[in-house]
Ligand binder design. Structure first.
Ligand code: ZN
Length: 409
């Protein structure tokens, strides 16, 4: 069966390439920008965050055309999650390939219109061509080819092609419309999953991701008139002392073979109201990427102890937390990517761990063996003149078919 697929790709390369390009460009023209609610007014053409239905309609139109059945799950109208299915599900093995339909805003510095994709010298340029609409087009076309060339009966397991919402922005209200919604509602039943959302030009497989904790720490002072600072307590001074401690903070941890060391970033500071007011409060936000062994209780206690070393009143709040995860590189999913990579791509993709997070974390924590792996340059994410190499998108579609056959036969 793998030979049949390879033959189909070599005989129909130009058609497949055109189909992937056309789908990618059509989806890029839809401005499915996802930002937190507070920033929504900066995009007056958006009625709500993401508006992923614009891309979802394209996905459904194609699946209908190709005779591929799909499920649609939405926490709210207009923000769909679509899962197309090819195969028979006799073996009980299911491979989910999930890409997201939302994008980050274009930002400044583009040489061309970010929403009017340009094709030049084997590359496509535009917002979302890599993250994640190009890879989405690849897995859609792979689903179609599996259906047409192998047929449902040719797979004893099930290939699931998903187009999801709400990856790019985490609203402070904590309500998720994408993968976390699907996991919470028990709507996913995959055995394995591949998330094409890391770049690395298919050369590396993300098998581990650090945990993430976001803290807010507030220094509580006392307001007074700026001309009589002795009557108040300046929260900014208090915070300044604490920040010195934070800069020199050393966590206790064991270096992880795949994830390395934890990181800490003090990313935001706010405080004060006017030059003639003694600031009554000052607060900071800290982003920590943790390695296995660091519990949230430990990190919380570390910050609480730190505030006790500084004279002043502080409040420490943990705003969000997720665990690090790590899967063994010795499993069928990783092996299949490596073996097919060696043959089709001419290299063996290597497992690694990373500090950023993808859908793979949520899925692994929900018990689905998942990796991040896909086409494109990691440096092309979230920047002006985002690009993706067309050949990689076609190779990715071929790899998707071959891996599916391996895992679902
Ligand atoms: Zn992405």
């Amino acid at each position: 069966m793998k030979e049949k697929i390879k033959k189909y790709f070599s005989e129909n390369y130009k058609t497949i390439e055109k189909e992937i390009i056309d789908l990618t460009c059509e989806m890029v023209r839809e401005k499915t920008i996802n930002v937190i609610s507070e920033k929504l007014p900066e995009f007056p053409f958006l009625k709500f965050r993401g508006e992923e239905y614009r891309v979802g309609n394209i996905v459904k139109r194609e699946l209908d055309k190709w005779g591929i059945p799909y499920e649609e799950h939405s926490r709210m109208e207009g923000r769909p999650n679509i899962i197309g299915k090819v195969g028979t599900n006799k073996s009980g093995k299911r491979l989910l390939m999930a890409a997201h339909m939302d994008i980050v805003p274009a930002g400044d510095g583009w040489d061309t219109d970010p929403y009017d994709p340009v094709i030049k010298d084997g590359y496509i340029y535009g917002r979302g061509v890599l993250d994640d609409k190009g890879p989405l087009a690849s897995i859609m076309v792979a689903a179609k080819i599996l259906k047409n060339v192998i047929g449902d009966e040719g797979l004893s397991g099930e290939f699931q092609m998903a187009a999801l919402s709400d990856e790019e922005a985490e609203d402070p209200d904590g309500i998720d419309y994408g993968v976390k919604y699907l996991v919470d509602e028990n709507l996913l039943d995959a055995t394995f999953s591949i998330i094409p959302d890391i770049g690395e030009n298919m050369k590396r497989i993300d098998i581990a991701e650090k945990g993430r904790a976001v803290f807010k720490i507030t220094a509580i002072g006392k307001q007074a008139h700026g001309s009589t600072p002795e009557r108040g307590i300046n929260a900014i001074y208090k915070m300044a002392h604490l920040i010195e401690k934070i800069e020199n903070l050393k966590f206790k941890y064991e270096v992880s073979p795949t994830l390395g060391e934890p990181t800490l970033n003090l990313g935001e500071i706010h405080g004060g109201a006017a030059p003639n007011i003694v600031p009554g409060d000052c607060y900071i936000y800290i982003d920590i990427r943790s390695v296995p062994g660091m519990t949230k209780e430990y990190i919380l206690e570390t910050f609480n102890n730190l505030t006790k070393e500084v004279d002043g009143e502080f409040k420490v709040e943990l705003l969000s937390w997720n665990e690090p995860h790590e899967i063994s590189p010795d499993n069928d999913l990783v092996r299949s990517i490596q073996e097919n990579g060696k043959e089709v791509l001419g290299f063996v993709p290597e497992p690694f761990g990373m500090g950023g997070g993808t859908f793979a974390k949520t899925l692994n924590l929900a018990g689905i063996t998942s990796v991040g792996w896909g086409p494109g340059d990691d440096e092309a994410y979230h920047v002006a003149n985002e690009y993706v190499e067309i050949k990689q998108l076609v190779d990715f579609a071929l790899m998707t078919c071959l891996i599916s056959i391996d895992l679902l036969r």
